[in-house]
Design a protein around this ligand. Structure first.
Ligand code: NAD
Length: 294
């Protein structure tokens, strides 16, 4: 199986390297030449456009920032759609709007190219380890063809439903992560303001019902004042904007996402958009005029 990989950023680079390590033949393309050079040094072949990568591949993977980038790389001039052969499969692993996944899939279907939307959760460390959680939408037959390849990059690979379901699942994930971080922030600022040691609060509650993967990952960083990303606030704003757009299109209420995106946008406008999303606590700290540190 020949694989094309487009988008060699924080996530795409280690994912591509894991495919090379597993023995897959890879051709790659990115606007950023130094990212391309690094993956070529690990054994990939560089091609001049997304179109050329698609023409050389049975399966084309895209790992790009957001919906406009995917539309450009797939449907734009010199894009995947111009080069892809009938019967090939596009696996878009970017976190984008599910509405756009469906639009792009419909365009590709005109060329007999099948699309799966397969966003991931886990961040750079799990991309490096090959243990991402991968949530997939699209036809079962195409999923069966790429499942083993996805398992090289993922610790769990789950087919959720039809095209767009992967990104709907990712939005569900991002709502829960944002609300967990906001809840943790509200709680730790309250405890600190009430003169209770936030580190002891964390230790006391992490084994109970309020314990979570998010709490265990983010509370120690907050207590250390470490907001180095991780997952940037600006990327979480992008995902929550996709939540709001999708919720509007299907008609569901999203008060928690609206509150969280407001806090994140306010931090971003203060120049903190590249902080880790655990840095959301700074919104509470500023209003309460206190810092939560152990
Ligand atoms: P990134 O910005 O580091 O990488 C994106 C890459 O795409 C860059 O190298 C850029 O040059 C390239 N690119 C952009 N437009 C292009 C085009 N038209 N043609 C070719 N290349 C193009 O982003 P990332 O952190 O790797 O994230 C990628 C996706 O994964 C995003 O949707 C993000 O939300 C999602 N994600 C990221 C994380 C994380 O922790 N970083 C975790 C889970 C999911």
């Amino acid at each position: 199986m020949k694989i094309g990989f487009i988008g060699l950023g924080i996530m795409g680079k280690p994912m591509a390297k894991n495919l090379l390590k597993a023995g897959y033949e890879l051709s790659v393309y990115d606007l950023n030449q130094s990212a391309v050079d690094e993956v070529v040094a690990s054994g990939a072949k560089a091609l001049a456009s997304a179109k050329d990568v698609a023409a050389a591949s049975d399966v084309i993977i895209t790992m790009l920032p957001n919906s406009p980038h995917v539309k450009q790389a797939v449907l734009g001039e010199g894009g995947v759609a111009e080069g892809a052969r009938p019967g090939s499969i596009l696996v878009d692993m970017s976190s984008i709007s599910p509405i756009v996944s469906r639009e792009v899939s419909a365009e590709l279907a005109k060329k007999q190219v099948v699309m799966l939307d397969a966003p991931v959760s886990g961040g750079e460390p799990k991309a490096i380890d090959g243990t991402l959680a991968i949530m997939v939408g699209g036809p079962e037959e195409a999923f069966a063809k790429v499942e083993a390849m996805l398992k090289v990059m993922g610790g769990s690979v789950t087919l959720v439903g039809e095209i767009g379901s992967g990104n709907i699942t990712k939005l569900a994930n991002q709502i829960m992560v944002a609300s967990n971080i906001a809840g943790m922030s509200e709680a730790l600022v309250l405890a600190t303001k009430a003169n209770v040691d936030p580190e002891k609060v964390f230790r006391a509650i992490r084994g109970g019902l309020a314990g979570s993967t998010v709490l265990d990952a983010k509370a120690p960083l907050v207590l250390a004042g470490n907001f180095k990303p991780g997952f940037r606030i600006d990327l979480h704003i992008k995902d929550l904007q996709n939540v709001l757009d999708t919720a509007k299109s299907v008609g569901t209420p999203t008060p928690i996402s609206e509150a969280a995106i407001g806090m994140m946008k306010s931090l971003s406008s203060e120049g903190k958009g590249s902080d880790d999303h655990g840095g959301l606590i700074q919104w509470y700290e500023k209003l309460a005029n206190i810092e939560v540190r152990s």
